[in-house]
Design a protein around this ligand. Structure first.
Ligand code: SF4
Ligand code: SF4
Length: 281
């Protein structure tokens, strides 16, 4: 289990601990201010990504000091972890309400309103302080092209949307707003700031999932559909064997490749049981 599970999971995966979604955590003024600022200024996220390019051009010894400091701060403030659809479903089973909202990252990187993010609450949506904080941010954030504001979504409908997004190879990620409070689950790709930082800018601010994918060689027909579905370049094709294999050290355990495999040749296993990946987060 990851570091967050040990610190905030009480013996299980940290995002299954209902206490991490508790509304009373939102009484913390620092946390509510952090959330407000996060939604108020999407451009700030874009500026930070641009700063990473500057950081990556600095001498190695400077990077060695600054990067751990940024990662440490991110873990305390806004940190995420990849999780597969089964775990999303389990979380939906115990939270009380699910609210769809426009993605701040897409607004920063594309300038468009894309409704890929879901806020979670242990109380009905109309009583949720989280919904209140985001709505209070105001019109700049909430009046995008479709003008819907925040939408309360039935869990079944939200889950169907998650499954649809998997077909487009988007990965699910769970996020803290001042750790350990969990604010929601997003659906990410290369337009997301944490994805850019982690995968494209070599600054890991998003944990890998508690799982690793594995191909059953006897079921694989070598069609290679899964390769283009993997956003992390973790799947290799062997010409000699006419089959694919997954490199456990590169796999983020999102499980999205499974959706693209007609032969059901890919399964997830617990990361801690795979020696090559057990310590790779
Ligand atoms: S999609 Fe399935 S059958 Fe096709 S190459 Fe990947 S694992 Fe093999
Ligand atoms: S190989 Fe790993 S990282 Fe790539 S899509 Fe499959 S589960 Fe996700």
């Amino acid at each position: 289990m990851c570091q967050f599970c040990h610190q905030h999971g009480e013996g299980e995966k940290w995002y299954f601990n209902a206490e991490n979604y508790a509304e009373d955590l939102l009484s913390d003024l620092r946390r509510s201010k952090y959330i407000e600022h996060f939604f108020k200024d999407p451009q700030r996220l874009k500026d930070r990504i641009n700063m990473l390019d500057t950081l990556n051009r600095m001498p190695g010894f400077v990077q060695a000091v600054i990067k751990p400091a940024i990662i440490g701060r991110m873990k305390k403030m806004h940190h995420g972890q990849v999780l597969p659809i089964e775990d999303v479903e389990e979380i939906f089973g115990f939270v009380n309400s699910v609210v769809r909202l426009p993605c701040v990252c897409r607004q920063a990187s594309l300038g468009t309103e894309e409704r890929y993010c879901y806020g979670l609450s242990m109380v009905p949506a109309e009583q949720s302080k989280l919904k209140g904080i985001v709505e209070a941010v105001g019109a700049d954030y909430l009046t995008g092209p479709d003008m819907k504001g925040l939408e309360t979504v039935p869990k079944k409908e939200a889950l169907e949307h998650f499954k649809e997004l998997e077909k487009k190879s988007l990965i699910h990620t769970v996020w803290t707003f001042v750790t350990p409070f969990i604010g929601g689950i997003c659906n990410c790709d290369h337009d997301c700031m944490a994805f850019k930082a982690t995968v494209m800018k070599s600054l890991p601010v998003m944990f890998r999932a508690e799982y690793v994918a594995k191909v059953e060689p006897e079921l694989c027909i070598g069609c290679r559909n899964c390769i283009s579905a993997c956003q992390f370049g973790a799947i290799n094709y062997s010409l000699a064997r006419s089959k694919v294999a997954i490199e456990p050290r590169f796999c983020y355990g999102c499980g999205v490749c499974r959706v693209h495999c007609r032969k059901k040749a890919i399964n997830l296993e617990e990361r801690y049981k795979v020696p090559a990946a057990a310590g790779v987060w």
